[in-house]
Design a protein around this ligand. Structure first.
Ligand code: FES
Length: 215
């Protein structure tokens, strides 16, 4: 029985069908697993492994390379405060310290109500907004303690639900194009690619034979 919800499972199968090799779909599938569970659960990892013809160890090894994937449960909102150089100079450390008080948890921990996990991050590539804050990988552009507190209140009361998706990073990025290629089109493209490969191989073989005969 599938661990994925029916809609997630359907998207997962569509994703797998996009790639010549199933394992190439591993990263988008991990996003889907995280979208459903909030983190990469053992069951989610096992399902990704089955879908990609790999093992849970392969999947876990890949996922552990990327800090966008969570291998343990996290809060509904993962708040990242940058303390790299531009943000450090603009008060990033002070804002991070403030965040521990507002959220009621230490850096790297989750608040007791399960709402927030606080992280200290490296440069988030938004230095002109320093100190930079992200929530669930969305820039929230809240650079002062007062603005941070207001943002937390908005999150708690659901006013940012549209802008800040819960958990997964792809939930708002359900592509209408690339991930929705018709199966017939895919099959035709694959057949054309295979025919071209075969033709090249035959031509190379004929050229090698001709060279051999010319000796
Ligand atoms: S240093 Fe913080 S976003 Fe670049």
């Amino acid at each position: 029985m599938s661990h994925f919800r029916a809609d997630i499972r359907q998207r997962a199968e569509e994703l797998v069908a996009l790639y010549p090799r199933k394992r190439s779909a591993m990263l988008p599938l991990l996003h889907l697993a995280q979208e459903q569970d909030g983190y990469l659960s053992d069951e989610g990892i096992a399902e990704v492994a089955a879908l990609t013809d790999t093992t849970p160890a392969d999947v876990r090894g890949t996922a552990s390379f990327y800090d966008m994937f969570h291998l343990e449960p996290v809060g509904k909102y993962v708040v990242g405060v940058c303390t790299n150089i531009a943000c450090l100079l603009a008060g990033g450390e002070e804002l991070l310290e403030h965040a521990t008080t507002t959220l009621g948890c230490a850096v790297g921990a989750t608040s007791s109500d399960g709402m927030f996990t606080l992280e200290e991050t490296e440069c988030l590539a938004d230095c002109n907004q320093a100190p930079c804050v992200q929530v669930n990988h969305r820039y929230v552009r809240t650079t002062t303690p007062a603005a941070f507190d207001a943002m937390v209140t908005d999150l708690r009361e659901g006013r940012l639900d549209h802008d800040v998706p819960t958990h997964g990073t792809l939930i708002r990025v359900k592509r209408q194009g690339g991930l929705r290629v018709a199966k017939d089109d895919l099959a035709a493209e694959r057949a054309a690619a295979l025919a071209a490969r075969t033709e090249r191989a035959e031509a190379a073989e004929a050229a090698a034979r001709a060279a051999q005969e010319a000796k």
